[in-house]
Design a binder for this molecule. Structure first.
Ligand SMILES: *Cc1c(COP(=O)(O)O)cnc(C)c1O
Length: 468
C-alpha cells in the first residue's frame, strides 16, 4: 500500500515512510491510496482473537513481513490487563467497548503501544534514532511515554503545563524514570506548549539535525491500530445479538478515533451510524448538524481530553467528503487558516452524511449519565465515555445495537465521579500505586529556545542525565 497526502503535494510513499513522516511534508495528512474492501472476510474473522484480527485488518496497509508484523502486534497487546484486549460488555440498553485496559488506562494505549513497537522496529532496520517531542494536556503524554519507555534508539520529551494537568495524570508521566524519558513542566498553559511544538518543528534544520518525530494523533499508524477494535466489537456484538448492523457512539476530540470507525465502515464493516459525541467544545457537532466548522474558544469541561477546537484529523474526512480532491482540500484549508471558518459544501456524496450523525453531551448530561449508569446498572463510566453514551442514546434504533466506546477508566477522573455520584467510587490499583512512586521532571519557562537547548543537551549526551 502506498500513501498520499490530502493536499496532493508529495509523491506516494510506503507504509514505513508514512509512519516516520507523521504530518505530510506539504502540510497535509497521509492517507492510503485505496481502501481495501474486506467484507468477504467478516464471517471468518468473527472467531479470531484480538491479536489475530489485528494482523488481518492491518495486513493490507502494511509493507513489513508478516511474521514481523505478528510479533509487533503480539508484543503490543501483551501489555493489556485482559486477554480480550478490548472487551465489550452489555450495560442496560447499550454495549460498552472498554478501551482502557492498557498500561495508562486510556484508549490511546491501543494505538501508542503499537506505535512504540513499530518505531523501534523501523529505526532498527534503518539504523536511525528518533527524538520525540510532544505536548500534552493529560492522556496523550502518559500513553506516549508508556509506548516508548526503555526502547532503543528513541528518546521522548513530553511537555505538560505545570500545575494544569490533573495530579493523577502528572504522576502517570513523571513516575516513569527510564533514561529515555524526559518530562518538562512548562511554566505556562497547554497552548504555550503547543506554540513551542510549532516553533521547534517549524525549524526544519533543527528537526533534521536532531531526528525529531511526533506521536500525535495524525500519525497514520495510530489510526490503523484503532480500526481493529471497531471490527472486534462489531463482530462480537453481531454474533451475540444476531444483528446485521451495529452503531457506534464515539466521544470525540481530534476526530482520530471516529475517523478510524469511518475507515472501518469504508472497508465494509456494517456500521449503520457513527455517532460523533462532543462536550461543550462542539465545533464538530455543529459541523455535522449545520455544515458550519468555525472556531470558538476552548472551554474547560469534565472531559478534558475532548477540550479541543481544531480537530487535527478532520482534514482526512474532508478529503473523502470533497470527492478525494486534494485541490479543493488545499483551497478550503488555506481559507480556514486565515478566517477560522469552513463551510462544507452540502451537495457532495450524501451517503457520508448518512453515516455520521452528531450531538453534544454537556456537563449536566455527563453527570446525569454517570449517575444513572451507576445507580441502575452498577457500572461506572468515566466522563468522556459518559458523553458518548449520553449522545449515543439519542440515536438508538431497533435491530442496530449501539456500541459505546469507553475511552478511559473512571479511576483517572475521580473528581467527576464523586461529583456525579456523591461517592468516591472510582479506584484502580494502578492509580493507587502511583502515590508511592518517586517522580522526575524538569521545570522550564514557556520558551521554545530553552526547550531546544534542553533537548540538544540530552540528545548529545544520551548516556547520562545532564544537570542544568
Ligand atoms: C484522546 C481522548 C479522546 C478523544 O479522542 P480523539 O481521537 O482525539 O477524538 C476521548 N477520550 C479520552 C479519554 C481521550 O484520552
Amino acid at each position: 500500500m502506498r500513501y498520499i497526502s490530502t493536499r496532493g503535494g508529495i509523491e506516494p510513499i510506503g507504509f514505513s515512510d508514512a509512519v516516520m513522516m507523521g504530518l505530510a511534508r506539504d502540510g497535509g495528512l497521509l492517507l492510503p491510496e485505496t481502501i481495501p474492501d474486506v467484507s468477504d472476510h467478516l464471517e471468518a474473522w468473527a472467531s479470531l482473537s484480538y491479536a489475530e484480527l489485528a494482523l488481518e485488518v492491518m495486513r493490507p496497509f502494511v509493507d513489513i513481513p508478516e511474521d514481523d508484523l505478528r510479533q509487533l502486534v503480539d508484543r503490543s497487546y501483551a501489555t493489556f490487563r485482559t486477554p480480550e484486549v478490548t472487551p465489550v460488555v452489555a450495560v442496560g440498553d447499550v454495549h460498552v467497548l472498554e478501551l482502557f485496559h492498557g498500561p495508562t488506562l486510556a484508549f490511546k494505549d491501543v494505538a501508542l503501544q503499537f506505535l512504540g513497537n513499530l518505531f523501534e522496529y523501523i529505526l532498527k532496520d534503518r539504523e536511525q534514532d528518533l527524538n520525540i517531542l510532544a505536548a500534552t494536556s493529560g492522556d496523550t503524554g502518559s500513553a506516549a511515554i508508556y509506548g516508548v519507555r526503555g526502547r532503543e534508539r528513541i528518546r521522548i520529551f513530553v511537555m505538560h503545563p505545570k500545575g494544569r494537568v490533573s495530579p493523577i495524570q502528572e504522576r502517570q508521566m513523571t513516575s516513569v524514570l527510564d533514561e529515555n524519558v524526559y518530562n518538562l513542566a512548562v511554566e505556562g498553559t497547554f497552548d504555550d506548549c503547543q506554540e513551542i511544538m510549532k516553533s521547534v518543528f517549524g525549524d526544519l534544520e533543527f528537526k533534521d539535525q536532531f531526528e525529531l518525530g511526533s506521536v500525535n494523533s495524525i500519525n497514520w499508524a495510530r489510526l490503523l491500530a484503532q480500526v481493529v477494535y471497531y471490527f472486534y466489537a462489531a463482530l462480537r456484538v453481531m454474533e451475540q445479538t444476531d444483528a446485521k448492523r451495529v452503531r457506534f457512539a464515539v466521544p470525540t476530540g481530534n476526530f482520530g478515533d471516529i475517523f478510524a470507525g469511518y475507515l472501518a465502515a469504508r472497508m465494509g464493516l456494517p456500521i449503520g451510524r457513527l455517532v460523533l459525541a462532543t462536550n461543550e467544545n462542539n465545533i464538530l457537532a455543529r459541523c455535522f448538524t449545520a455544515g458550519d466548522y468555525s472556531l470558538g474558544d476552548v472551554h474547560a469541561t469534565l472531559s478534558p481530553s475532548m477540550d479541543i477546537q481544531v480537530a487535527s484529523n478532520f482534514e482526512r474526512y474532508l478529503y473523502y467528503r470533497l470527492g478525494a480532491s486534494a485541490e479543493t482540500v488545499r483551497v478550503l484549508m488555506k481559507s480556514f487558516a486565515t478566517t477560522g471558518k469552513l463551510l462544507l459544501p452540502q451537495e457532495e456524496d450524501a451517503s457520508i452524511d448518512d453515516l455520521i450523525v452528531a450531538g453534544t453531551g454537556n456537563t449536566e448530561a455527563t453527570l446525569a449519565t454517570i449517575r444513572e449508569m451507576q445507580a441502575e446498572h452498577n457500572y461506572l463510566l468515566d466522563p468522556h465515555s459518559a458523553v458518548g453514551v449520553s449522545v449515543g442514546r439519542q440515536f438508538m434504533q431497533d435491530g442496530e445495537p449501539m456500541i459505546c466506546l469507553a475511552t478511559a477508566h473512571p479511576a483517572k477522573f475521580p473528581a467527576a465521579i464523586e461529583q456525579a455520584t456523591g461517592k468516591d467510587l472510582a479506584r484502580h490499583e494502578v492509580i493507587d500505586a502511583l502515590a508511592d512512586l518517586p517522580t522526575r521532571s524538569d521545570e522550564v519557562p514557556a520558551d521554545a529556545m530553552t526547550v531546544r537547548t534542553y533537548m540538544a543537551a540530552r540528545i548529545a549526551l544520551p548516556a547520562e542525565p545532564v544537570d542544568e
